[in-house]
Design a protein around this ligand. Structure first.
Ligand code: PEP
Ligand code: MG
Length: 807
């Protein structure tokens, strides 16, 4: 096997061109170009270099040549994370790229060994600068090219409340990409970590109000230090009050009768079971009793194709598979919603990749197993952190890690059947799993990790699924089927209660259910505005579980079914039959309550993988909502036909999102007519919509609401987008969150005007944005003539109670 060559350049063209030239002289040498940044621009790419190393080294090693100093940095980083064995077979040579490549290729073609090829590349550099200049030694020690390295230290205050979490760290890393420098961060006098390791920096839990010491080393140290300190003291565009230091979770805080906290701690820091009771942290209130079922989030089978009997995995090949999967997952996540983008940032962390590479090195593990092991160890380390915000990142690491497994063809996060009445124990959950568990009849959830601010926990609270957090590992070690009592309010789990205690708990659960029914009962039935008009208090839903919650909360119907949420995670756009079945299930739960189905609002912060949207064209101001559907009539027709087929026997209306002008409302109406006509023609059972409406969520639509009302059966105010677009403030950008205020003068004036237009034209006007659930806004909306308030299911009893109290 010949020695290979890796050509690292800031320009993809230069790297490719040099490789081509060298190949002319040495056709049997593997020459792998690694040029350009990940986004195809000028720069260098960790991923590209790692891949190129994998290609060029076939066991005999490879020589790596580079063009500029920062390319060296990226190359060295890649080598560090590929592990010592592989790194030992790569020689970085400081020589002119083209001459070095040609000389090295020719020497390699002649069968020279690694040192011989490296020396000839270095000699090429010497011969070019011949006139007395010393030959440039093939060495990894000449780190900073010819410029002197220096070290600069500065201390700066963190001003953004959440401090150096994943997004700011990613910003800092990006700001240094073109500089030759290494930067470490830490509390003054405390532990320091390499800035490139996102997760290490996040784990420092540097929050607003704290001091951070920045040490920059290298030729560009001065520039780097100035850049970093400016970014940190600028607050990354985030605003808000500085938080008090977030206290560690109440893990292991024993109940009064049990004595103090240390007695409840296990040797690994989680709470222990004392006298049959484990005390952890409350997550979502409620009482549950049932058999323990462990929810194993690890993939059932890691899916690495086994090596031939007796053989080991090919480390290089598995590494390539893993790199490709990480790159593909990162690429997909980086165009997703804000959570997914944050996951993409975590995937860029070099440590997990390095750990996985190490695990691959001896050939005993395949790509999936090596990766999942590295993910697990990283997540565990974070989850054990006493800082809640750091611990909460563990689930993100697993989610991001799972995305890579998916790219490797592995099925993850399978939830077993037979969970009815069970108390589920899991390491952690993703937000999408909570409604699934609820639908399956799970009675309660014990999480060994997580935090009160995690999204899944917020969802559980919203849906009323009892949950406790940070319970450690002890419950998970009990035999499956052990009876558990979970108190989500107190944060306790009682193991194997006595029969009397079990009966008492069951009775209490029944009493609580009765109390809740009474409360909900009070919410059922009609409510009226101060002027005696019937006000419909209806629900915003996005799943079957939401539909059930809406009915249970006493909703008069559904004012907004966000259909994009039904397909957000699907790989392909569901066909008409599948959509019909999904909608039928929801309509059946709602019975004869009226339901407004909003056609797909794809785009903006709702990427809808199945539709292959791109974040630029389909962003907030781009081809979003109805704009997309009018440009893709097939997608709209499939959805409309499914809605009307499922609507048989129900009271279904349809509504279009993101309408700006009356002509779009007319086009939507035409599309509805077309879908109905096609169903009639084919003789398929269906029901035409009761009403055809549009959302008013764009300032243009609010200002021209008279024209839009003239062609619509009803309008529904989407105050979320209306506020965002009016204030020119992105809904997902935390830095402008203060501007997203529907009480602002501008939004209130728009509401005045658009409601006046609607009332004057006799067009019913509903509100389905968050403003409809804000008690301080509700009476003002009714005074403007709004007849329907559409809110989250959990808000329905409160809003109905409010209206009753105001009569
Ligand atoms: C809105 O914009 O207020 C609205 C209800 O739609 P969504 O939140 O789904 O964009
Ligand atoms: Mg909207």
């Amino acid at each position: 096997m010949t020695v290979g060559l890796i050509l690292v350049s800031h320009s993809a063209d230069l790297a490719r061109g040099s490789a081509e030239l060298a190949r002319q002289m040495a056709p049997s040498v593997i020459i792998a170009p690694a040029g350009g940044s990940d986004d195809g621009g000028l720069g260098t790419s960790f991923d590209a270099i790692t891949q190129a190393i994998g290609q060029a080294d076939t066991g005999s090693g490879a020589v790596l040549l580079y063009d500029l100093g920062s390319a060296l940095l990226t190359a060295e980083t890649a080598l560090e994370f590929l592990g010592p064995e592989l790194a030992g077979r790569i020689r970085i040579v400081d020589a002119p790229l083209v001459e070095g490549a040609v000389a090295a290729a020719v020497t390699a073609q002649g069968g020279a060994d690694l040192d011989g090829v490296a020396a000839s590349a270095a000699d090429a550099g010497a011969s070019r600068t011949d006139h007395g200049a010393a030959a440039v030694a093939p060495s990894r020690d000449r780190r900073w090219s010819d410029r002197p390295a220096q070290s600069v230290t500065a201390t700066v205050s963190v001003v953004n409340p959440l401090g150096l979490h994943a997004r700011p760290v990613a910003t800092l890393i990006r700001s240094l990409l073109s500089l030759s420098v290494e930067v470490t961060l830490g509390r003054p006098g405390g532990q320091t970590v390499d800035l490139r390791s996102v997760l290490r920096v996040v784990a420092l839990a540097l929050r607003g109000g704290e001091q951070v010491e920045v040490v920059a080393t290298g030729p560009d140290a001065v520039t780097a230090e100035a850049t970093i300190t400016a970014l940190i003291s600028g607050g990354f565009g985030e605003t808000g009050d500085l938080p008090k230091r977030i206290p560690p979770a109440r893990m292991g805080a024993a109940p009064a009768r049990m004595g103090n906290a240390p007695a409840g701690m296990s040797s690994v820091g989680g709470p222990t079971i004392i006298d049959g009771v484990l005390t952890a942290q409350p997550g979502a209130p409620g009482l549950a009793i049932g058999p323990l079922v462990r929810l194993d989030r690890a993939p059932v089978q890691l899916g690495d194709a086994a090596p031939a009997a007796g053989n080991r995995f090919d480390a290089g090949q598995q590494g390539e598979l893993l790199d490709a999967a990480i790159a593909a997952a990162g690429q997909k996540l980086s165009t997703g919603n804000q959570f997914e983008v944050a996951h993409a940032v975590l995937l860029a962390d070099p440590e997990m990749r390095a750990a996985a590479r190490l695990a691959l090195a001896d050939g005993s593990a395949g790509a999936a197993a090596a990766w999942w092991g590295a993910v697990g160890r990283t997540a565990d380390r974070l989850a054990d952190d006493p800082d809640e915000l750091v611990a909460a990142r563990a689930v993100d690491v697993r989610e991001a890690g799972a995305a890579v497994l998916t790219e490797l063809g592995v099925v993850v996060d399978r939830i077993p059947a037979g969970l009815t009445g069970a108390v589920v124990f899991a390491d952690d959950l993703g937000p999408g799993e909570v409604p699934v568990l609820l639908e399956m009849g799970v009675a309660g959830v014990v999480l060994s990790r997580s935090s009160a601010t995690a999204h899944a926990v917020i969802v559980a609270r919203g849906l009323g699924l009892p949950m406790i957090l940070r319970a450690g590992d002890e419950i998970g070690k009990l035999p499956t089927g052990s009876e558990l009592v979970l108190d989500g309010e107190a944060g306790t789990v009682t193991v194997a209660p006595s029969p009397q205690e079990g009966n008492r708990i069951r009775q209490r659960i029944q009493e609580m259910a009765q109390e809740s029914r009474t409360l909900t009962e009070a919410a059922k039935g009609p409510v009226y505005g101060p002027d005696g008009r019937r006000i419909m208090v209806v629900a915003n839903i996005g799943s079957l579980a939401d539909a059930k919650a809406a009915v249970e909360s006493g909703a008069d119907g559904v004012g907004l079914l966000r259909t994009e949420l039904l397909i957000l995670d699907r790989e392909t756009y569901p066909d008409e039959d599948t959509q019909t079945a999904d909608l039928t299930a929801i309509f059946e739960v709602l019975g004869d309550r009226p339901v407004v189905v909003r056609v797909l609002d794809a785009g903006g912060d709702k990427p809808v993988t199945a539709l292959d949207l791109d974040p630029v064209h389909n962003g907030f101001l781009g081809i979003r909502g109805l704009r997309y559907l009018l440009a893709h009539p097939d997608v709209l027709q499939v959805q409309l036909r499914a809605i009307f087929r499922a609507a048989v026997g129900h009271r279904v209306s349809v509504m279009a999102p993101m309408v700006s002008i009356a002509a779009e409302a007319v086009a939507f109406r035409k599309a509805v007519d077309e879908a109905v006509a096609s169903l009639v023609e084919q003789g398929l059972a269906h029901q035409a919509p009761e009403q055809i409406g549009v959302m008013i969520e764009v300032p243009a639509a609010a200002l021209a609401a008279d024209e839009i009302c003239a062609v619509s059966d009803f309008v529904s105010i989407g105050s979320n987008d209306l506020t965002s677009y009016t204030m020119a403030a992105d809904r997902t950008e935390i830095g402008v969150a203060d501007l997203i205020d529907p009480a602002s003068t501008a939004v209130q004036r728009l509401l005045d005007q658009l409601c006046a237009f609607a009332v004057a034209s006799g067009t019913p006007v509903a509100v389905c944005g968050e403003i409809a659930g804000m008690p301080e806004q509700v009476m003002g909306l009714l005074a403007r003539g709004v007849h329907e308030l559409s809110v989250a299911p959990a808000r329905i009893p409160a809003i109905k109670g409010l209206l009753r109290s105001r009569r």
